[in-house]
Design a protein around this ligand. Sequence first.
Ligand code: WAQ
Ligand code: MG
Length: 238
Amino acid sequence: MNYFSVRMRADSAGQHISGAERIVREYEVPAVCAALSERALTHPKGMAENTFITVEALAESDILHVPAVGVKVEAVQSPSQARDIIEELLRPMTAHSQVVIEETFSARNMRGAMLIAADAGTRCEPDARRGVRVSHMDACGASEEEFKGKDAAREAIVLASKVAAHPDVLAEVCVSDDPAYTTGYVCIDGTYHRLPHIKEPGSDEGARAFIIKPGADVEALIDYLENRAVLVDFEAEK
Ligand code: WAQ
Ligand code: MG
């Protein structure tokens, strides 16, 4: 049986509102399209004016399986404490952890993630306003039940697992752009460190940054992040 990649992106007046990516079986395609169009219409950032849904067949042989990252919940009481923990986690990977934090908390309305070189602390994605959108991934064997509505944490773990599986990514920092969603994470060394209270409720902060190994082939990395179909194995967790 074939798999299909289903991708949604939605905007209003040129501003990114929502996006989602799934890999599902043929019989799930109509329900997933319906759920994603509803998500764009009921998004906390506002009802999307334009929603684009793309459905593409995938050959099973094109799909790479990767393990899910482990999850550790950090004890965090405040945004300033969250920043201290991010700093501490990133320190072994880059001398520019403050730059990473500054960039991640000051970006707004990006569709994708920024790429930051660990050695230079500089941005290296071709379109700094858009960033790089990780796509073509899903949880392996995840039921519709588990994805009712938006399970932000589970989707984030899927994305972080695809990203972490590439040898040129050293770490990821994520802050949701949903003003009501104040839990973010740092993923490093195969562990997803959940950080409650990463931002104040009501804040429009929100972005992702991937910290990239010195000498990485950035073009090949972007091709993997955008186009490689990846299923994340959660079996071991259940
Ligand atoms: N690829 C790259 N960057 C993305 C993608 C993607 N597919 N989706 C979102 N981003 C970037 C973009 O800059 C957004 O502005 C930012 O991330 C935040 O996106 O364990 O919901 O969809 O509870 O708001 C974290 C869950 C949820 C923590 C993160 O991100 C937890 C979330 P959002
Ligand atoms: Mg969002």
